[in-house]
Design a protein around this ligand. Structure first.
Ligand code: G6P
Length: 362
């Protein structure tokens, strides 16, 4: 088994390092000069569709939340996001002009699969974004897009999430083109960004080393808040989930602007805040949210390409031309940070206690 790890300590680590390659696979054949091409999609899939409902569990749910921002921004379509285990039992009101999209690494998660069946029974068009060909969901949905992350062994999802967000980003452009809500120039610009994804997620030794050293400081405390705005909010949720899953430390993801409505009462030096501060998304607003926390003595670890002198620790990311590239680089930082904290605590990060890779029972 250790041979398969190819020199990495854990499969999770190997899978984080694989992200550059699997993203290149996920993009392969799908980028044209001025449009996105999905050979697996029928041209009429979006005909008569006025709303998209996304449904998933766990990390895949966080990918769905990211997509809700991208779909509305690029395709000007109403989007709602559902946690599968809630959706199933709440007697949702469904209309035939809704495209129901489930997102699942395995294609077998019981609640997501049942939600898909429910949507089909209600007469909705369905689609799945999945990493496993011929899985139950792929067989059941009207349309499917495969994420090409390869087999993911670590229970905490990393490369599967990266490829999900990549596919959803491409789909938002595909739809923006079809609905004519995005100018060709803008689609071209974003295709150029997508081409930069594989190099954006490359792990540099200096960064990994910095995170390894930093992890020492974040082993004991009252807990963690991961904060961000816009797509960096679901990324914060995902960062907190990663940390919980493998380190067993208490962590919560929160929208930066919402901290003042309650959670800031917890602020003290034992409260660790991991703050996502991208250059190209609500920079000033986010910065002032972090400053409020710093003024109340919360211990801050900021992640940003720009200097930030109110932080106790600062992880400097690269300058990028767009927030989505910042998103992918920060995703890698959060994955490595959780992993290094968990390893330092002596945990088996590939097989965290109480968790399963795929939850096929209820
Ligand atoms: C389990 C896994 C998570 C995963 C979730 C949804 O809880 O431990 O990593 O995000 O299931 O799985 P799916 O295969 O549907 O994406």
């Amino acid at each position: 088994l250790s041979a398969q790890k190819e020199g990495f300590r854990f499969f999770m680590e190997k899978e984080i390092y694989e992200q550059s390659r699997v993203l290149a696979d996920t993009l392969l054949g799908r980028l044209r000069d001025e449009s996105i091409y999905f050979e697996e999609l029928d041209n009429n899939l979006f005909e008569g569709i006025n709303e998209i409902k996304l449904c998933a569990c766990g990390t895949s749910y966080h990918a769905a939340l990211v997509a809700s921002y991208l779909f509305e921004r690029h395709s000007k379509i109403r989007v709602s996001v559902e946690i599968a285990s809630e959706f199933r039992y709440r007697e949702p009101f469904l209309t035939a002009d809704t495209l129901f999209i489930v997102i699942s690494q395995s294609g077998e998660t019981a609640d997501t699969l049942e939600s898909l069946k429910m949507a089909k029974r209600s007469g909705l068009k369905t689609m799945v974004i999945c990493n496993v060909d011929n899985s139950s969901m792929v067989r059941l949905a009207d349309a499917s897009i495969l994420t090409r992350a390869g087999i993911e062994k670590g229970v905490a999802s990393t490369k599967a999430f990266a490829t999900q967000v990549c596919v959803l980003w491409m789909l938002s452009l595909f739809l923006g083109g079809a609905r004519k809500t995005l100018a060709t120039e803008e689609i071209k610009r974003q295709i150029h960004l997508l081409r930069a994804l594989p190099s954006t997620v490359n792990v540099e030794n200096v960064l990994h080393e910095q995170l390894r050293r930093l992890s020492k400081r974040y082993l004991h405390g009252h807990g963690f808040f991961f904060i961000g705005r816009d797509v960096f909010y679901p990324l914060a949720l995902e960062g907190a989930l990663k940390l919980k899953e493998i380190s067993y430390l208490h962590a919560e993801g929160y929208p930066s602007g919402e901290m003042k409505h309650g959670p800031i009462a917890l602020a003290d030096p034992e409260l660790f805040t991991i703050a996502l501060l991208p250059q190209h998304m609500l920079y000033d607003k986010t910065k002032s949210n972090i400053e409020e926390l710093s003024a109340r003595d919360s211990t801050i670890c900021s992640i940003s390409p720009l200097d930030f002198d109110k932080a106790d620790d600062h992880i400097r990311t690269h300058l990028h031309e767009d927030y989505m590239l910042e998103f992918f680089e920060m995703m890698v930082v959060l994955q490595l940070l959780s992993m290094e904290i968990a390893i330092r605590l002596g945990n088996d990060v590939d097989m965290p206690r109480n968790l399963a890779k795929s939850v096929t029972v209820e």
